[in-house]
Design a binder for this molecule. Structure first.
Ligand SMILES: Nc1nc2c([nH]c(=O)n2[C@@H]2O[C@H](COP(=O)(O)OP(=O)(O)OP(=O)(O)O)[C@@H](O)[C@H]2O)c(=O)[nH]1
Length: 145
């Protein structure tokens, strides 16, 4: 029975549409902004670290989605630069495709409206955090920049 369920869940993951997500790698001097997700029912990402961002809505381009998400989550305006890369990851219940963009902070400070914690770390310090599994791949891309 366990084997049947396992095969079924693998098939399910393969036919599931990938959720398209954008993430902002916000760099100030040599430090990058890392945000900690709140405790949630999505246990695999509960309290894990991530780059701020979120799901792209219909009819939105990556740039628009990033500006909207950072405004919603942090009440902050940022400048969106070049795309660092796109990573895919299959979680137990969803499959995500995350496009990560190099960004610069706008004026003023951000307000932490939806996260548990925030840290500014250098690229070499990034692996010290407990990242969401998809983000471990983004961290590797950043370290190769
Ligand atoms: N924003 C963001 N989401 C990520 C990252 N890495 C990662 O696996 N995800 C996953 O991507 C999915 C969408 O992200 P989200 O929950 O922030 O998106 P959202 O704010 O638009 O969603 P919501 O309004 O339904 O809460 C989640 O399952 C989340 O766990 C990341 O670095 N940033």
């Amino acid at each position: 029975m366990d084997e049947i369920l396992f095969v079924y869940s693998q098939i399910n993951i393969e036919i599931m549409d990938k959720i398209k997500v954008v993430a902002a790698v916000i760099k100030k001097d040599d430090k990058i902004l890392c945000m900690q997700r709140c405790r949630s029912r999505q246990t695999y990402n509960s309290e894990r670290w991530e780059f701020p961002g979120g799901k792209i809505e219909k009819h939105e381009c990556d740039h628009e989605a990033l500006l909207r998400e950072i405004k919603e989550e942090m009440d902050w305006d940022i400048y969106v630069g070049r795309r660092i890369g796109t990573v895919s990851h299959d979680y137990p219940d969803i499959s995500v495709e995350i496009a990560a963009y190099l960004c610069k902070p706008g004026d003023g400070e951000f307000t932490m409206l939806e996260h548990l914690d925030a840290k500014w770390l250098t690229a070499n310090e990034l692996p010290t955090l407990n990242w969401a599994d998809a983000d471990k791949k983004i961290v590797e891309l950043i370290r190769k920049l």
